[in-house]
Design a protein around this ligand. Structure first.
Ligand SMILES: C[S@@+](CC[C@H](N)C(=O)[O-])C[C@H]1O[C@@H](n2cnc3c(N)ncnc32)[C@H](O)[C@@H]1O
Length: 201
């Protein structure tokens, strides 16, 4: 297997602040969707972000609504920063190595991360296995409705991938994991995937 993740291990907090600001519209849309979906309920959802990086914005945003946020990232120094500076639970791990026996969260989400990972279906399936009900995933590199299979390009210098995601292949991976309501949409030139399954599936 090719080495993975050097780029992020080396990136500093400034890089994460910059990419967050560059994708503000995606974050705003996510927040609007989250409030519409979860806030009418009295049950406070448990949320997990995969690829939380330096914890820009989300830990404080969820805390302000009284919710418990969990962030996971490959980068040890990003997670150490989050543990020292943000509310919530933080774990340093490659989530694709996890195979949880039971889902732990109500919502598992990732922002602009899937299209740099070595196996996108596996990455998506980890979201699905960690979630009792909802997943929300954005792929920043584009919307490719006609692509039948994901495509992958490895960058040796960054030690990560630059991929185009196939909405139909992603959808199939989620169907295989028991998700029933699956939407894949273009949004500001990116792909958004929102999927849901019934509790107690
Ligand atoms: C492009 S950055 C996105 C950061 C943040 N989510 C944002 O929207 O600004 C991708 C992040 O995902 C992390 N990451 C990539 N693959 C991962 C994996 N398999 N498990 C955990 N974290 C991963 C990287 O270390 C990096 O911090």
């Amino acid at each position: 297997m090719k080495p993975y993740g050097k780029f992020w291990q080396e990136a500093d907090r400034g890089f994460y602040l910059k990419i967050h600001l560059e994708r503000m519209r995606q974050h705003t849309r996510f927040c609007r969707w989250f409030k519409k979906t979860f806030l009418p309920s009295e049950h406070l959802p448990l949320v997990c972000e995969i690829g939380c990086g330096y914890g820009v914005f989300y830990p404080e945003w969820f805390e302000s609504m009284g919710m418990i946020y969990t962030g996971v990232d490959l980068s040890q120094k990003a997670i150490e920063y989050c543990q020292a500076n943000h509310p919530g639970e933080f774990y340093c791990a490659d989530v694709t190595l996890w195979n949880p026996r039971q889902p732990l969260f109500d919502l598992v989400f990732s922002q602009g991360t899937i299209d740099n990972t070595p196996e996108m279906d596996r990455f998506l399936r980890t979201h699905a296995r960690l979630s009792r009900q909802w997943i929300y995933v954005t792929a920043y590199r584009g919307f490719f409705p006609k692509l039948k299979k994901h495509t992958y390009t490895y960058n040796k210098q960054h030690q990560c991938w630059y991929n185009d995601i196939s909405p139909s292949q992603a959808r199939q991976a989620l169907v295989d994991e028991g998700f029933t309501d699956i939407g894949t949409w273009p949004l500001d030139g990116e792909t958004v995937i929102i999927a849901r399954r019934e509790y107690g599936h």
